[in-house]
Design a protein around this ligand. Structure first.
Ligand code: KIV
Ligand code: ZN
Length: 538
């Protein structure tokens, strides 16, 4: 099949560069769900992880390779390429291959730093040795896999002349994609354009490979730099959903895809992404990682299509294009005037959810309907934002090891804040414990720690109201780190150091203490799976 010269391959690294950033940890089951959703959206390459990080990471990538890597894409397209990251070490490359080999279209991605600062301080290698190692490791990766990507790490701060040499040798050794990372988000769009343009003009053999760009957002320029790189001739963009990633994050998938889509005459480039999946995948990633999307985030922020200011509303009523450059439906956000309340039936709910892009199986509809009825009893009007919160809370929860069965708290200015928590355990038995704390949430969390035998440090806790009004649903997000054991450690590909994994949880309820309990329990359930004491199918 011939590919148009204007086709941009979307290489999604949410499950690698995104997931390795602090607090973005997902369980293997969640990663598999995200990979399926990325494949349905039409992503060309899924970087499923860094298999050498830990046995858990290797297994997660293997699962994705086996399943998603063998499922045809949308409209009869081939399955997505499944990629595993490896440092320029034989051991890493062996593990990457072990993880991805069962995919129909596997890719090994190996990288080595090329900037003076990285070569001197991190690698402690001479430039000549870096060229030699890059050549050797691409050659080694080729013994396993025809599709090999090579990245000169910190290319944004590397000497372009040196890059031409390293990249030329990587091509000779058999690399099929050359990825140019602005690892520390340092370059400006003009500089990045010139860097890619220079590589296109001066690297021997460049016409036989795909050039890729991979930008970080430390100066808020990742999307602009990526687009500049594409204009200069790169034909693969490495991106993450919601722009999650190391430090300030990576280039966001939705921004690049929608910029190319909305300003097609400017760029003259196309992708294979079905943009109507963007909103759902964004919510899924936000819920699984417990990293909320900032309200004013382009494309997927809660306010991205809200027109609050009176002057804007007036213009919008006259004609949508006055203030709207994209239709919300294009990114899968469907607005409907239909109001739901306590008299709305299952069919009305189903129609409304379908309108919002949720096509539910009967069992899923039953679960959501039950929760909808309970909510409608408390609230007069159930808004679309309430339904979104219910949906994400019901659909994107990890398999529960312990479930919340009951909760009572006393708090206030008299006496000690006390919580009685009732959980159903994996043995099917009911366990009850009462604890005191500095406040009601602390008391609940202490009782959960006692019942699950997990002692977590709460690193982050946030609560937000989904709609306005005193009866609004409260959404709680937490990030938790286990205090004991080393089972949650994994190696960072860049620093080579071991990192402690942290887990996020999410809960939505009109009672924010119940939402807090659910969020914490969700994170604890993930921790329990990571300890190996339970599996996600227990
Ligand atoms: O930012 C970076 O340099 C990376 C490489 C591993 C490609 O993520
Ligand atoms: Zn990166």
């Amino acid at each position: 099949m011939t590919v148009s010269p204007n086709y941009i391959r979307i290489f999604d690294t949410t499950l690698r560069d995104g997931e390795q950033s602090p607090g973005a940890s997902m369980t293997s089951g969640e990663k598999l769900e995200v990979a399926r959703a990325l494949a349905r959206m039409g992503v060309d390459v899924i970087e499923a992880g860094f298999p050498a990080a830990s046995p858990d990471d290797l297994e997660g990538v293997r699962q994705i390779a086996r399943e998603v890597g063998n499922t045809p894409g949308p409209n009869g397209a081939p399955p997505p390429i499944i990629c595993g990251l490896a440092r320029a070490h034989k051991g890493d490359i062996d593990q990457a291959w072990e993880a991805i080999q069962h995919a129909a279209r596997p890719r090994i991605h190996t990288f080595l730093a090329t900037s003076p600062i990285h070569m001197k301080h991190k690698l402690q290698m001479d430039p000549e040795d870096v060229i030699e190692r890059a050549k050797e490791m691409v050659t080694y990766a080729k013994t396993y896999c025809a599709d090999v990507e090579f990245s000169p790490e910190d290319a944004g701060r590397s000497d372009p002349e040196f890059l031409y040499l390293v990249l030329g040798e990587a091509i000779k050794a058999g690399a099929t994609t050359l990825n140019i990372p602005d690892t520390v988000g340092y370059t400006t769009p003009d500089e990045f354009y010139r860097l890619i343009d220079g590589i296109m003009k001066h690297t021997p053999g460049i016409e036989n490979v795909i050039v890729s760009v991979h930008c970080h957002d430390d100066l808020g320029l990742a999307t602009a730099n990526t687009l500049a790189g594409l204009r200069a001739g790169a034909r693969q963009a490495e991106v993450t959903v919601n722009g999650i990633g190391e430090r300030a994050g990576n280039t966001s998938l939705e921004e690049v895809v929608m910029a190319l889509h909305t300003r097609r005459p400017v760029f003259g480039l196309e992708t294979g992404i079905d943009t109507t999946h963007i909103t759902r995948v964004s919510k899924m990633v936000s819920n699984y990682t417990s990293i909320p999307v900032q309200p004013n985030k382009a494309i997927v922020g809660a306010n991205a299509f809200a027109h609050e200011a009176g002057i804007h509303q007036d213009g919008m009523l006259k004609h949508e294009s006055t203030y709207e450059i994209m239709r919300p439906e294009t990114v899968g956000l469907n607005k409907s005037a239909l109001v739901l309340g306590k008299h709305s039936g299952r069919h009305a709910l189903k129609v409304r959810l379908a309108d919002m892009g949720y096509d539910l199986e009967q069992a899923e509809l039953d679960t959501v309907f039950e929760r909808f009825k309970a909510l409608a009893d408390k609230k007069k009007v159930v808004a679309e934002a309430d339904l979104e919160a219910l949906m994400t809370d019901s659909l994107y929860q990890t398999r529960e090891i312990f479930t919340l069965d009951g909760l009572q708290v006393t708090c206030g200015t008299m006496g000690l804040p006390t919580a009685t928590v009732r959980l159903t355990g994996p043995d099917g038995k009911v366990h009850i414990h009462a604890s005191i704390g500095t406040g009601p949430v602390d008391a609940v969390y202490k009782a959960i720690d006692h019942l699950t035998h997990i002692h977590g440090t709460l690193l982050e806790y946030s609560v937000r109201s989904v709609t306005e009004g005193i009866d609004a649903i409260g959404e709680v997000s937490v990030r938790v780190q286990a205090d004991n054991g080393d089972v949650h450690k994994r190696t960072s590909p860049q620093s080579g150091r071991e990192q402690s994994r942290t887990f996020g949880g999410h809960g939505a309820e009109t009672d924010i203490i119940v939402a807090s309990a659910k969020a914490y329990l969700a994170a604890v359930n993930k921790l329990l799976v990571a300890t190996g004491r339970y599996t996600e199918s227990d």
